[in-house]
Design a protein around this ligand. Sequence first.
Ligand code: UDX
Length: 454
Amino acid sequence: METAKQTEIPKPRRIVLVPCPYQGHITPMLQLASFLHSVAGFSITIAHTRFNSPNPSNFPHFQFVYLDDGIPEKEAIPTDLIAVLLELNVNCRDSFKAEMRKLMAVEPEDSSEVIAGVIHDEIMFFCEEIASDLKLRSFILRTTAAVTSLARMALVSLNDEGMDPIPKLHPLRFKDLPISLTTDFTGYSKLMKKTYNMETPTTAKAIIWNTMEWLEDSIMAKIENKSTVPIFPIGPLHRIVSAQTSVLKEDFDCLSWLDEQADNVVIYVAIGSIASYNEKAFGEMAWGLANSQQPFLWVVQPGAIHGSEWIEALPKDFLEAIGGRGYIVKWAPQKQVLAHRAVGGFWSHCGWNSSMESLSEGVPMLCSPCFGDQKVNARYLSYVWRVGIQLENGLEREEIEKGIRRLMVGEESKEMRERTKDFKEKIEAYVLKVKDQCYSHTYLAELVSLLKSS
Ligand code: UDX
C-alpha cells in the first residue's frame, strides 16, 4: 500500500516577477517569465509599475498586478534616470507589499498553490527586503553584461577610497575626472551600492544573469569567486524563448521595405528605448547617413530628440538628398530586422539586449554608446570581440560616414562580418544544445530545480 507521502502531489508553484519599467529591462524579465511558464510550468504574476506597462493581452496566462510608482507618463525618456530609479525604489514599496500580502492571503495552509519566490530586476532592490520580511525567497535578475557590474563597482570604490588626488593624476581629484555618466555621483553611488549589494550581503537565494558564461568566462569566474550565492548565466534569453515584449507599437511595414533591398547592404540605426540626442547630433547623424550612400533603416523614437516631437529637426535638404535610400520608423520589430538578409550592419547605442541580438544574427556594429553600460559594451564589441567599430569622437558627420563605409564595404568589413558570423554560430550551437537536452544539465535547469525546491 502506498503511504500518504508517496501519493502527495506537489503543489503548483507561482513566481512573482518585478521588472524595472524600461524596455531594456522589461524584455529579459518577460522572456524569463515566459520560459518559467511555458517550459517549466510555473504560474506567473508580473508586478509592474503603472508607468510604461506592457500589454497584458500579449500574456494571457500571466496575472498582472500594478505598483504605484508616482512617475508621470510624459517622462517616457527621463532627464534624470538615476533620480527616477531611486524614486521607484521608494514609491513602489507599499503597493508591492500590499500586493504580495493579497497574493499570500489567497494562499492559506490548504491552498493548492505556493509562492516559490520573487524574481526582481537588480535595480528594483526594494523587493529583496520586502520578500525577506514576508519570509519569501528572492532572486535577482541582472540584465547587463557581467563586465558592467565590475566596472560600476570599481567606479564606486574608487570614489569611496577618497582618491583625492588620484595617484598619477595629481592634482586631479575623483570629482575632476571627465566622467560624463552623471552629474550627481552621490545618487549613482547609492544606486550601485544597493544594486550590487556592496554594503550588506544579499539575502537573495541566487543571481540570474542574462549573459553567456562562455562569452564572459574570465569575468564570470571572478564574480563567482566572490559571490555568496549561486549565479546562473542563462542568456541569451531572446534565443531561449520568444515573447511579444515590446511596450511600443512596432512598425512592421519596414520589413516590406527591407524585402526590396539587396543582401547585406542596409545599415539599421537604433538607440534603444532611453537614449536621446540633441538636435545638433541628430543633424550630424542624418548627414553622416546621407553622405555614406548606404541604404538605411532608422528608428527615431518620439521624444528621443530633445525639443522635438519626432523628426521635425531633420535638416531641410535631407529627405531630398537620400531619395528612396532611407526609411524612418518610430519603433521597429528589431529582432526581425536584424535577422533580415538585407541588413548588413547595426549602428547602435550598444544596450546589452541590442548587443546580444546583433551578435545572435551575425550583424557587425557601429558603436556609439550614450551612457552607462553602453560604453562598456561598446568597448568589448569593438576592442575585445572585434565585431564592431566605435565612433570615438562623438557624433560628427565625416566620422560617421567613414565609420559606415568601414563597417559595410571593403576588406575590414568582410573580416568583421566573418568574426560576427562565428559568434552567431556559437550562439546557435549553444541554444540548440540547451534545447536538445530539453534544458537539462544547464543553468536554466539548475534554476528551475532551485525554484521547485522548498
Ligand atoms: C537599457 C540600457 O540603456 C541598456 O544599456 C541596458 O543594457 C538595458 O537597459 P535600452 O537602452 O532600451 O536598455 O537598450 P537595449 O538593452 O538594447 O534594449 C532595447 C530593446 O528594445 C531591445 O531588445 C530591442 O530589440 C528593442 N527595440 C529597440 C525594438 O524592439 N525596437 C526598436 O525600434 C528599438
